[in-house]
Design a binder for this molecule. Structure first.
Ligand SMILES: [Zn+2]
Length: 495
């Protein structure tokens, strides 16, 4: 991170002294950025050019390229990340394994074995976290009866354990992090034999619990929800219920992450990649309407879904020396033949993405615990790396804390298309945050995979850029007085 600005020092003034290319017409009117050539803009603004941005490939331990959009961790965030404790994470994983099986069809009323015992333990743990929150964190069992359906042969109560830490400034804006506490062995219908589910997905639940512990003592500006959901292995039932509940209540969920199989950096061949976490993020939105599809076919945007912007935000805030991790963003919804709890959120039109370890070992997931020809099968805690899970938790924490403290994603980011022209007029709606300090336009060549240029636009709702909308993609992000930037909103034609 050498050379990077320290948070709190100039993060909010990163571009000061480089505004000679703008006419400042004051609040509420357009400002205009004049760019001599497409590639000159970043240099003029003191920003690295696209060519100077290192590739994200390679095994660097804590790579921090110099993406012009990246946001270094604040002192406040660094202090939070230091509190994340691999020993507590290990204790959570081992405790969840101790329930023998957490299969969705297993006992719900046995105090020591089965999914019900796990549910009650998680409820007690999250309630303990809430005691540190001064009444801002509430914990509930969110429950419904799933009628017979694939992998659910009889009506079955499915219960999510949900802790909601109410935002102190914009509580209606919500971010969700989840793991699933149900487990399975080789037979997805076997509800009685051991299914330890250490990696899949006690590891993800341990991340959620640890985040709840460290966040509960703090006051995020937006609301953060920590969820241990059930029914994943039977068909994403718990997350489906949760996402539908949010949609039914018109909740403003601006980002959701599932942590599912985040327990080990060791591949099947024994090789290790201990400082990489994958983040799967879809391109064309699952919830795309026919009208949106028509716009996309007309002017592009296949690589600019809200989930992709969310994934880029994770890299910008969580791939640094404070987490010690590389975030390997994968531009697809999930792995082949698999799915996860982010998908019901995508179906409801919420931005969502999935964290998963860098290379999976299929001998240690969805397996009966057994030894065959000297080889141990089964999803056991001895195959987890608790230091790795703690680093994954830090990645989540950096992203979630930054999301919660930064402004929300701008709304109504549009490209005016009333007339043909060689400059581009962008308009948007002003956000509700009281500490809002202004906006930045980001852009890139249509062939680039990530944003390469940032242009300060001031505290306005309209900005003109001397670049043809025919040739590049534009996005918009908000910033506040602390210098924190929101995720990017992709600019689409004004209807
Ligand atoms: Zn799983």
């Amino acid at each position: 991170m050498a050379g990077m600005t320290q948070p709190g020092e100039d993060a909010g003034n990163r571009h000061s002294g480089h505004d000679g290319h703008e006419e400042s017409n004051g609040r509420g009117t357009a400002r205009r950025t004049v760019l001599g050539a497409a590639t000159a803009g970043a240099a003029a603004l003191g920003l690295p050019s696209a060519a100077a941005t290192p590739s994200s490939a390679g095994p660097a331990a804590a790579p921090s390229g110099h993406r012009p959009t990246e946001q270094p961790p604040s002192r406040e965030l660094r202090a939070l990340l230091r509190e994340i404790d691999p020993h507590r994470i290990e204790a959570t994983v081992r405790k969840l394994v101790s329930f023998g099986t957490r299969h969705t069809l297993s006992a719900q009323d046995d105090p020591v074995r089965g999914v019900g015992a796990a549910r009650d333990w998680l409820l007690a743990e999250l309630r303990r976290c809430a005691q540190d929150s001064g009444g801002r964190m509430t914990v509930e069992l969110q429950s419904y009866v799933q009628q017979p359906a694939p992998r659910v042969p009889v009506a079955t109560r499915i219960t999510n354990v949900v802790a909601t830490l109410r935002g102190s400034v914009t509580p209606d804006r919500v971010y969700v992090v989840s793991g699933h506490y149900d487990s399975r062995n080789s037979d997805p219908m076997n509800a009685t034999d051991d299914a330890p589910g250490a990696d899949d997905d006690a590891s993800g639940v341990a991340v959620v619990l640890e985040l709840a512990r460290v966040f509960a003592k703090r006051r995020p500006a937006a609301t953060v929800v920590f969820a241990a959901v059930a029914g994943e292995e039977q068909g994403l039932y718990g997350a489906g219920h949760m996402a539908r509940t949010y949609r039914g209540g018109q909740a403003d969920v601006q980002g959701m992450f599932t942590n599912d199989i985040v327990g080990s950096p060791t591949a099947e061949d024994g090789s290790r990649d201990p400082r990489t976490i994958r983040l799967f993020a879809e391109g064309v939105p699952t919830s795309e309407t026919p009208e949106q599809a028509e716009t996309r076919r007309s002017v592009g945007g296949e690589n600019d879904s809200p989930s992709r912007q969310l994934a880029r935000f994770v890299r910008d805030t969580a791939e640094n020396d404070a987490t010690g991790m590389r975030v390997r963003v994968v531009y697809r919804r999930d792995r082949y033949l698999r799915s996860g709890d982010h998908i019901p959120y995508l179906q409801q039109g919420y931005p969502a993405a999935r964290f998963t370890e860098p290379a999976e070992n299929y001998a240690h997931q969805h397996q009966d615990v057994r030894v065959v020809e000297g080889k141990q099968y089964g999803d056991l805690p001895e195959f987890c790396d608790f230091g790795f899970i703690a680093r994954v938790a830090r990645v989540n924490a950096a992203a979630l804390w930054s999301l919660a403290q930064a402004p929300g994603t701008p709304r109504g980011a549009r490209i005016r298309t009333a007339a043909l022209g060689n400059s581009t007029e962008l308009v948007w709606e002003r956000g509700p945050e009281p500490d809002l300090a202004g906006y930045e336009v980001v852009w890139r060549e249509t062939t680039a995979a990530e944003w390469t240029h940032v242009i300060p636009a001031g505290n306005v709702t309209r900005h003109v850029v001397d670049l043809s909308k025919d040739n590049v993609f534009f996005g918009l992000r908000a910033l506040n007085r602390s210098g924190l930037r929101s995720p990017v909103a992709f600019c689409t034609p004004q209807p």
